[in-house]
Design a protein around this ligand. Sequence first.
Ligand code: ACO
Length: 448
Amino acid sequence: AKNVGILAMDIYFPPTCVQQEALEVHDGASKGKYTIGLGQDCMAFCSEVEDVISMSLTVVTSLLEKYGIDPKQIGRLEVGSETVIDKSKSIKTFLMQIFEERGNTDIEGVDSSNACYGGTAALFNCVNWVESSSWDGRYGLVVCTDSAVYAEGPARPTGGAAAIAMLVGPDAPIAFENKLRGSYMSHAYDFYKPNLASEYPVVDGKLSQTCYLMALDSCYKLLCSKYEKLEGKQFSIADADYFVFHSPYNKLVQKSFARLVFNDVMRNASSVDEAGKQKLEPFSSLSGDESYQNRDLEKASQQVAKPLYDAKVQPSTLLPKQVGNMYTASLYAAFISVLHNKHSELSGKRVVMFSYGSGLTATMFSLQLHDGQHPFSLSNIATVMDVAGKLKARHEFPPEKFVEILKLMEHRYGGKDFVTSKDCSLLPPGTHYLTEVDSMYRRFYSKK
Ligand code: ACO
């Protein structure tokens, strides 16, 4: 199989959301802290009738319908998620309902989890399967689904929720450049979920930022050296058209891209002009550790990076700023934002992706884009996903109502023997929703 990659995509995020500006006031944070300080506009959240299973049922059904894919054509289904509903039964098995009723129970794959990285692991598994000798000619399907919720405090505005489905196969308009990859994996306690009685993570916010940037540096250096071995010339930011980052909140994405610019200056690569180099060279003597904490370097590199950021990163920021951190779906929602904003001018373009999951696991990899043929064309993918329509159809909730819903969910987490309100009035037609969890913890869903 040649040019293996993503043939089709779809995204679902809850229509229920809260404005960051309103949340600042509600939380008593200083004005601009969430909107400018974190760079976030709005945050989606699951109401009491939605969860990671309902969202993934919705997005898989929608993808199959909109691209005319027979469920029998799926040979592998992989789910990435860090939202634990069951410690044994995978989310994949819930999704099997869609395939079973059409007579397809011959589907490999289960769930992958490590914080926000599970979706990337799932995607790599599917791509590797299509390229392997065990491939049977059918499609792979990857689902990233998460509901990111935090306890009251500074991390709460960095939540979000979404599910994304990606169809994987050969001759893809979004093809993997498999040789251009670098990973960084190590043991860290930056963000983890040791308390099985709570949906909330334990998080060391500052450490998680440093871990993220260290992993980024390391992956970028590896990707550069692999490119140089392969192509016999230096790699720099100039060699990719877009850089797409896992996006817990936009400020970290700004800092991350600035870090790549700093890397290029230190490597004496050609992407930065003389004036930029002069601004950043004074920081060349800092040790690695010092450079992560240095505020002047952070400011100077963000300033030097600004024009490149506007061209190569800004188009990926729409959904992460509007929906929030979608954990495993966050990187792919950022990529979808590029498709939404630029679909008619992406043929021949290279996109560098950076996936990060706390704990920690990270990979930088590269995609090569081609227009593709209907229904698997970049323009059709953008049309099917209808990002603008979905954003417009949302319902803003006041922060008080958002907090009330989180309290109810805390109470219900891990619980049994309850029925939901079954109120699906705000959900778009075709959306799956939770109706009941019975005395045996079995979950029941309906479709609007
Ligand atoms: N106007 C403008 N900017 C402001 C204002 C204001 N009124 N007040 C504060 N800020 C800025 C700060 O200067 C800071 O920006 P800087 O980093 O450029 O200096 C920013 O807002 C954040 O404020 P802090 O006080 O530094 O941080 P806070 O204690 O609010 O916590 C954090 C932020 C750590 C991101 C927290 O939300 C968190 O822990 N989130 C979850 C962890 C996370 O997402 N980590 C990322 C990688 S791991 C993952 O994906 C889960």
